[in-house]
Design a protein around this ligand. Structure first.
Ligand code: ZN
Ligand code: ZN
Ligand code: ZN
Length: 245
């Protein structure tokens, strides 16, 4: 086991012959946080969950590998959104039993805090990516029974401010490790991403897609240009908030 974590840390850049991946970064963090220090905080979860060979850590790792796989899909191809949904569905079918286990999403959020604290407020881009991916996983498990909240929080975590605030809310009853982050988030403007040009704008100035009530645009032009890419996702987001995940 120790051998495995060392290998992953060292081969973070070429585990699949590609560049450093989110899943490799997460493995390294899990290994180091499980072995270092005796008096550290586990943010509402427990040390055994952080062992790289624990069921929870493996499921998180599996999710990140799935996301890495999705990232390799051809961006230009119109079928990308459908392929993504198909790959995700397989993961959630395979992990149904974990998804309904509150200990599991508590671990996911705790793991995100570990990554956040090590990321120097998201300056480490790989850790930022790990957090964003794992929040998607944790959210879908935690809020699958409340689609309205799920949709709202999925949108919130698109920004760094939103990710911090979400983690603060989920873990404030366990520890105050996110206090510094909370202060940082307060200073950030209320910003959101335009899905067309991918730039950040004051949230209040953005238009919202009337189809899914989820994605935002800074102009009509951005919305129209993005429509062909967004169409499939729009339908799936709508059915996700109408039915359940
Ligand atoms: Zn803590
Ligand atoms: Zn735009
Ligand atoms: Zn839409």
């Amino acid at each position: 086991m120790g051998k495995k974590s060392r290998r992953n840390r060292k081969t973070g850049k070429d585990a699949t012959g590609a560049t450093a991946t989110a899943s490799a970064t997460a493995t390294a963090t899990a290994a180091s946080s499980a072995s270092s220090g005796t008096n550290q905080c586990f943010h509402g979860s427990t040390a055994d969950k952080f062992q790289p060979n624990s069921e929870y850590a493996k499921a998180a790792q599996g999710y990140l590998e799935m996301r890495d796989q999705v990232d390799l899909l051809n961006n230009q191809d119109g079928s990308r959104a459908q392929q993504e949904i198909a790959i995700e569905t397989i993961y959630f079918e395979d992990h149904k039993y974990l998804c309904t286990d509150p200990e599991f999403y508590r671990f996911i959020f705790a793991f995100c805090i570990k990554q956040y604290l090590a990321s120097n407020n998201f300056k480490d881009q790989l850790r930022r990516q790990v957090i964003q991916y794992l929040l998607l996983l944790g959210l879908r498990c935690r809020y699958s029974a409340t689609p309205d909240k799920l949709t709202k929080y999925l949108r919130d975590i698109e920004t760094e401010r939103g990710m911090i605030k979400f983690l603060v809310r989920e873990t404030a009853t366990y520890c105050d490790c996110m206090n510094e982050g909370k202060g940082i988030a307060k200073k950030m403007d209320k910003i959101a991403i335009c899905h067309g040009c991918q730039k950040e704008f004051p949230k209040a100035t953005l238009l919202i897609c009337t189809g899914c009530q989820y994605v935002r645009y800074h102009s009509r032009e951005c919305q129209i240009n993005h429509r062909p890419i967004h169409k499939d996702k729009c339908n799936s987001l709508r059915s996700r908030s109408e039915a359940k995940v």
